[in-house]
Design a protein around this ligand. Structure first.
Ligand code: AMP
Ligand code: MN
Ligand code: MN
Ligand code: MN
Length: 287
């Protein structure tokens, strides 16, 4: 038997993806994997889609873990794409479902434009190819293109495809207007949820712009920011813990799990929140 290194395990994981968006595991399978990793409180937060929540909730009930209804809303703020996680939402709330339906329609338009750009680079058939990787035909994203391009041998892994074709500034990147920050927070709040700014360390913003973003987010009714995220270095974690306290925002933690193969981190494998943080799960009434 091989010995395993001690991994910091969190009982709480409030950010992950299923086949309802760009994850590779079905919603119920995400829940079962989380349970095997020791997760006791799980939020499924698919991109612009709540269709995975019912099967995930059912699996969580069967497994006896606490399930938090979630979503990750795509936002454009000052020409940057940001993600806002909604936690404790009502997935049937009409304002939320209408907003998300609009974002998914925009994704279909963008997908056609991405395929046209890739065709200009000599990569043909990527629209059909991407849809073949989309388990939910109503939610198409760049990761589906990336998986098709890996299959075509354009790069060895998804990350490599993003670096060459799909990241901002690369030839297959298509700028897209998502929801406004105000809309995203309003939809989440209207449905009874709390809004959390996802992986702030990933955004290329000056410190002044980051502070303006946090102030604006809080002003619209945003409640928290992800402090613990695999997208964050230890320095990022310290920085955002400090900013959360300064801006009166609660702190969240999530693995942003997509696939056992593609991401470095697994469900629930997260360091603890820095001590000065006020955990978002208190705001959610989860202790
Ligand atoms: P989309 O919302 O369709 O524009 O796609 C965003 C998703 O693409 C993110 O949630 C990640 O799953 C994935 N992604 C973005 N950048 C990268 C990257 N550099 N490497 C791998 N995956 C990425
Ligand atoms: Mn994703
Ligand atoms: Mn994200
Ligand atoms: Mn995510």
């Amino acid at each position: 038997m091989t010995s395993t290194l001690p991994i910091p395990m969190s009982l709480i994981d409030l950010h992950c993806h299923s086949t309802a968006s760009d994850g590779v595991l079905a919603p119920a399978e995400v829940v079962r994997q989380a349970v095997t990793r020791g997760v006791a409180v799980l939020a499924l937060t698919d991109h612009d889609e709540v269709g995975g929540l019912a099967p995930a909730r059912e699996a969580a009930r069967a497994e006896g873990i606490t399930f938090v209804e979630g979503v990750e809303v795509s936002v454009t703020w000052r020409a940057q794409t940001l993600h806002v996680v909604g936690l404790g939402i009502d997935p049937s709330h009409p304002q939320l479902t209408a907003g998300l339906a609009g974002l998914r329609a925009g994704r279909r338009e963008r997908a056609r434009a991405i395929a046209a750009e890739l065709a200009r680079c000599g990569i043909h058939g990527s629209l059909e190819g991407a849809y073949a990787h989309a388990r939910n035909p109503d939610l198409i994203g760049r990761t589906h293109f990336a998986r098709f391009l890996v299959q075509q041998g354009v790069a060895t892994d998804v990350k490599g495809v993003f670096q060459r074709y799909l990241a901002q500034g690369k030839p297959g990147y298509v700028p897209h207007p998502w929801a406004s920050l105000e809309q995203a927070v309003a939809w989440i709040r209207a449905s009874g949820g709390v809004a959390v700014l996802a992986h702030p360390g990933r955004y290329r913003l000056s410190s002044g712009a980051m502070e303006a973003l946090l102030a604006e987010f809080r002003n619209w009714g945003g409640m928290g920011i992800e402090v613990v995220s695999p997208n964050h270095s230890l320095d990022d974690t310290r920085r955002f813990a400090h900013l959360a306290v300064r801006f009166g925002l609660a702190a969240s933690a999530g693995s942003d799990f997509h696939s056992p193969e593609e991401s470095g981190l697994s469900l629930g494998v997260l360091p603890p929140l820095p001590e000065e943080c006020r955990p978002i799960w208190s705001a959610l009434g989860l202790g």
